[in-house]
Ligand binder design. Structure first.
Ligand SMILES: Nc1ncnc2c1ncn2[C@@H]1O[C@H](COP(=O)(O)OP(=O)(O)OP(=O)(O)O)[C@@H](O)[C@H]1O
Length: 273
């Protein structure tokens, strides 16, 4: 699954966690007078499930937006696969193998599940309309390949029965699953999930947790996620970054974070256990 770098290790459940793939170094992000992120550093290792938690307004989404290139920090550096990342547009970040889902579902309601998932492959499509017209065979072959990959994801996430359904008609939990499918269609190396369980009932949360674990396990996808449900975060994650008012107040395994007094004071102590 991963290159066995010297600092690789195998988790209790038998997954291999490799070296650092993404490193945020002293990131500061301001919106006018509001400092959303204050001098935060942390890393993400290959194959791990890394959570970012914190109370409302702590800066979690802002951090995910920095990783995905939607926001450019005023200070600090983003390193990816051992290289400093220059300022990039989100589509350029996506083409490096980083895909994301959004806090508020961002699908095309009028389009079928299948077509929505196909849009996740846009960054990988080589033949445009002109070449399709001029060199149909090659374009057709490529289209078939994309369809095959999408069908695999549809099977994996168990959504065969809704593949032709317009997304707008689906219940919330399934829409979130389709969003995950669309992100996976880009075959990401690093998958960013912005509150994947928000608004879900217990059963939907269990399903989504299982799919996140399966994606990580089956495809070796590194996952960084923001989530409010503490139970979910502690069960799923290998390591957790805790933010509060734009600052990092904790970073470690779920057990380390649970025992961190600053975290308890800021967040966990307030009826989130
Ligand atoms: N586009 C923006 N323009 C101005 N201020 C912003 C913008 N995005 C975020 N902020 C501010 O930055 C701070 C951090 O917001 P952010 O959404 O990153 O926090 P969060 O931890 O994700 O919160 P929540 O859990 O409520 O989603 C907040 O004070 C917020 O109002």
């Amino acid at each position: 699954m991963n290159d066995m770098s010297p600092d690789s290790y195998v988790t209790a459940d038998g997954r291999t966690i490799g070296g650092v793939v993404m490193e945020m170094k002293n990131i500061t992000l301001r919106f006018g007078g509001v400092v959303a992120i204050k001098d935060i550093s942390f890393d993400i290792r290959e194959g791990e499930i890394r959570a970012i938690i914190g109370p409302n307004g702590a800066g979690k989404s802002s951090m995910l937006n920095v990783i995905s290139g939607f926001y450019v920090p005023q200070e600090g550096e983003v390193w990816f696969r051992g290289k400093r990342r220059p300022q990039m547009k989100p589509y350029q970040v996506a083409s490096q193998g980083i895909a994301r889902t959004f806090q508020n579902i961002a699908l095309f309601d009028g389009m079928s599940v299948l077509d929505n998932i196909m849009t996740g492959r846009l960054t990988m499509m080589k033949t445009g309309l002109l070449s399709q017209a001029m060199w149909f065979g090659r374009a057709e072959k490529e289209e078939n390949h994309h369809r095959e990959q999408v069908e695999k994801i549809i099977d994996f996430l168990e959504i065969q029965n809704i593949r032709k359904t317009p997304v707008g008609r689906l219940p919330y939990g399934l829409k979130k699953r389709v969003e995950l499918a669309r992100a996976l269609a880009a075959e990401p190396k690093l998958l960013l999930l912005d509150e994947p369980m928000a608004g879900m009932n217990v059963e939907e949360k269990e399903d989504m947790s299982r799919f996140i674990l399966d994606v990580n396990d089956e495809f070796g996808t590194t996952i960084a996620l923001i989530e409010h449900d503490m139970g979910v975060v502690m069960d799923l994650s290998d390591r957790v970054v805790v933010m509060d008012y734009g600052k990092k107040i904790g970073d470690g395994t779920p057990d380390e974070v649970r025992g961190n007094q600053a975290v308890i004071d800021a967040y966990l102590g307030v009826a989130h256990d």
